[in-house]
Ligand binder design. Structure first.
Ligand SMILES: NC(=O)c1ccc[n+]([C@@H]2O[C@H](COP(=O)([O-])OP(=O)(O)OC[C@H]3O[C@@H](n4cnc5c(N)ncnc54)[C@H](O)[C@@H]3O)[C@@H](O)[C@H]2O)c1
Length: 253
């Protein structure tokens, strides 16, 4: 198990939802965590609720100078960087024909470019520190397509590919890079979603942020021979389709 005591982690989009749960979990494994988000009040409250091993910093993940400041602050306050979790994300709604170009570009900017920027700047620090783990929160939308959220789907497939490219480049420095692919999870992002979207899954419910956080914690501390890997946590949503046998075929299926 890697020894991350005395080292720092950065979790983007950590003010609430999945990111806040990840921050809480990483602290339990001995890391000290910077919660980075656009939401100052919620982010500060989340960090305070975790305690002195967490602090909040304002960050727009598309802002390079903001990233440099957050990484500097993480190492100055909490020790050499060990873990980056690119969790910040937004979702667009609109079909290909109706979505605005600005919205599509914005979603890709936050979900994909923002994560690349974080990896770009964190990787050299992790290399200097001797090892590390980068976890990119993609989605089942990075494994299959969904209608009505094309920008989100494109960005999450991109993040999955970026994860593999980075794993290939950074393995020699002892840096592992993995992607996580949640299905529907109870968070502010899905607050308006109909519960029925989970009804066709083998496990027909929404997941909880803590379940995703537990998987991220496992990747960071236990999955020491995994890199470039996809970790799916979706109640079986992408396992396949249940075939309904035609009436005349009963007995042979
Ligand atoms: N909730 C789900 O069902 C689900 C499923 C699959 C994947 N995901 C992914 O998990 C991650 C977290 O999702 P969530 O459900 O907790 O979402 P959420 O909307 O509840 O939280 C996302 C957080 O990201 C922050 N954020 C947005 N844009 C940002 C930016 N430019 N810079 C910094 N922070 C920014 C928000 O302020 C917010 O705190 C996202 O990447 C999302 O795509 C969520």
């Amino acid at each position: 198990m890697p020894e991350f005591h005395g080292r720092s982690a950065v979790v983007t989009g950590g003010a609430h939802g999945i990111g806040a749960a990840i921050a809480q979990t990483l602290v339990k494994s001995g890391l000290r965590v910077v919660v980075a988000d656009l939401l100052d009040a919620e982010g500060t409250a989340t960090a305070e609720s975790i305690g002195p091993t967490a602090l909040f910093r304002h960050l727009d993940v598309t802002d390079e100078s903001g990233w440099r400041q957050v990484l500097d602050d993480a190492e100055a306050n909490f020790g050499p960087l060990a873990v980056l979790v690119n969790n910040a994300g937004i979702v667009d709604f609109g079909r290909i024909e109706s979505e605005s170009p600005a919205m599509f570009r914005h979603v890709v900017d936050v979900n994909l470019f923002g994560a690349w920027l974080g990896m770009h700047l964190a990787a050299r620090r992790l290399r200097a520190n001797g090892d590390g783990v980068i976890v990119n929160i993609s989605s089942t939308a990075g494994l299959v397509g969904y209608s009505g959220i094309a920008g989100y789907v494109a960005s999450k497939w991109g993040l999955r590919g970026l994860t593999k490219a980075a794993a290939l480049e950074l393995g020699d420095a002892g840096i592992r890079v993995c992607s996580v692919h949640p299905g529907p999870i109870h968070t502010p992002m899905t607050a308006g979603f109909d519960a029925s979207i989970a009804s066709g899954q083998p496990l027909p419910r929404f997941g909880e942020p803590e379940e995703v956080a537990a998987m991220v914690g496992f990747i960071v501390t236990d999955a020491t021979f995994s890199t470039g890997s996809e970790f799916v946590i979706d109640g079986g949503a992408t396992a396949g389709m249940t075939l309904v046998a035609p009436a005349q075929a009963h007995g042979t299926w």
